[in-house]
Design a protein around this ligand. Sequence first.
Ligand code: HEC
Length: 190
Amino acid sequence: MTNRLRKAAAIALGVALATSTAGAAEGGIPYRKAADMLHLVMSAARTVYARMVVQRLTVDEEVITASEHFDDDLALPLPAQMFRFTAEAVSDSSEELSYSLLSLNPINKKNGPGTDAEQQGLEHVADDPDENFYAEEELGGQRYFTAVYADVAVAEACVNCHNYHKDSPRSDFEVGDVMGAVVIRIPMDE
Ligand code: HEC
């Protein structure tokens, strides 16, 4: 990662941590609201990358492709990969704040649910994408506020790529289906 990227990630993280730790302080932002705001920012960034970089350069202007093997193919990383790289940059700077894009039917096995709250949350938003899932969990001696938000197949491209991908355990996604969820985990004050 370049220094500029590292710095940008550190600044974003600083903002995020300031928001989450304020959650327990008197008059501070409740954890749920902090998680909702973080989700808003990360989904906006995901949409902007998908529309203004991937869609524009691959489909509209046809100057470059987007590929899972972007390194070998000299292509753009996929939106889900960009999302994961940003999340990894945050994890590099913080052992406690984390987020991820998961699914009950993941292409990348690492994107399956890892805790009970993740499993429950993924099932919950799959049943009702309009209702977010919130839980508290204790992992490694630390208490976390965990929020889960539905990730919906907003375009034909989502469905086509996943249904035909060789590692996808599901091949019947339709536009409008819940394909997975964004999970945000905020460390709680004692
Ligand atoms: C060109 C192919 C492609 C397109 C288009 C695409 N994805 Fe994916 N998606 C992938 C790949 C490959 C991964 C695994 C990335 C990784 O290694 O973490 C993935 C990961 C995901 C995950 C995490 C679970 C998993 O399957 O590993 C979700 C949820 C997801 N995509 C939803 C979407 C949605 C919603 C859209 C449309 C807005 C979309 N994808 C568009 C290929 C694609």
